[in-house]
Design a protein around this ligand. Sequence first.
Ligand code: SAH
Ligand code: SF4
Ligand code: F3S
Length: 468
Amino acid sequence: MTQYIEDSAVQAQLELCKKIEEKLKEIYGEEKPGFYIQTLGCQQNEADSERMAGLASLMGYVPVNDPEKARLIFINTCAIREHAETRALSFIGEYKHIKDKYPETIIGVGGCMVTQQHRADRIKHSYPYVSFTFDTGALHLLPELVWGAMNKKSRRFVISDKYEIAENIPIYREKPFKSWLSIMYGCNNFCSYCIVPYVRGRERSRTPDAILKEARELVALGAKDITLLGQNVNSYGKDTGGMDIAQLMREICKIEGDFRLRFMTSHPKDASDDLIAVMAEEEKVVPHFHLPVQSGSDKILKAMNRRYTAEKYMGIIERLKKSVPDVSITSDIIVGFPGETDEDFEMTLKMMEEVRYDMVFSFIYSPRVGTPAAAMENQIPHSVSSERMNRLLKLQDEISLERNERFVGKVLRVLTEDVSKNNSSMMTGKADAPRPIHFEGDSSMIGEYKNILITSADKYSLRGEIKE
Ligand code: SAH
Ligand code: SF4
Ligand code: F3S
């Protein structure tokens, strides 16, 4: 059964925000101090950062784009691969000079990396200017942690081991038109390479009522693109015995408004025909399925504890393509898992050729402390993995280009998200898959749908022009 943090405990934290606000006025006068959040990792972390930002705003801080100008800095860390942890540590190192220059700055480190004891210990000992760390289940304690730091109480390194759900934490959404909606937290799957179940706890589903209420609020606030989030959304409701993901999505689609609905991530062992039917039948559901396969070899899938075979996976893909014509399919693939032979890797390439993914997010296997795969024999040398990776990327580039070219000459409904990075007269948006679409426009279009006639394609993106 899902455990909820008592609302009175959450309310007490929110009350504390008022005291912090008063104290900030004493220190900084009428000009509100800034807060800055550095977010690493997946959408779940982005959603958590929006709640950290919600709490920081309630405390009386205002968002700033430059950490130098912030007197409250959070680093929301990821532990999925070594690279993610190295980046987090380097950000923490970088912020030392800010603390030196402005000693009143409060620096807190949260998220998946510091939910591991050995990492929290390392921060404690090697980064004395960090005021506190907080695990993924302790986000609602931020007011008390900040209050403690403001009042020069001793440093805290919270690993609560309690993974409950805290409802009613304020959310600060930078782009209200594009919203994350967490429907569940945690993961029960224990894929043998993965740290997530250790740092996010067991699966906990929010109630349909809480989710539907939030979805209605989002639409009322102008959300045009809503992504239901969870590590394995296909098992939504299994812990509570309530609605499943397909039923939940049908209920959300009944909300009136011009928005589209997505979900991620799906585990192939639980991907149901009902979910495929929802995608086929509900107009609001985007025809994009992110279905990470990880490997095309049954031997490797077994060693990964994925609990499906390549054949079963291909069966889902076949049914999906039949029911949802022109669906965009994307995947995650790990290269160089312990024991992966050339033959195993060839099977992965063969599967990619058969499925013809729109996009693939591929990763070289990275051993994670405490996971079974890290202790497996036959770890693959980096030189072998990176050579395989290059072959995979080359193949996927060809497939992506072919998949993208199918849109040339078609009109797509694109949600405008941003001004292009290197050209201020170009806008960037998305249609179905997370593939950028560039077109001429101006920033007043951000958050609006535009019909875009696609004029050209390359392997990573599409280009087009507005067609009214
Ligand atoms: N819950 C999601 C994904 C979570 S992590 C799912 O099950 O699909 C995102 C991706 O990171 C995974 O799909 C996997 O491809 C990759 N990943 C996870 N652990 C990894 C590791 N130790 N080394 C390399 N890649 C990893
Ligand atoms: Fe990690 Fe597997 Fe859970 Fe995804 S399903 S978060 S890969 S353990
Ligand atoms: Fe990273 Fe944690 Fe997400 S480990 S990928 S931020 S769940």
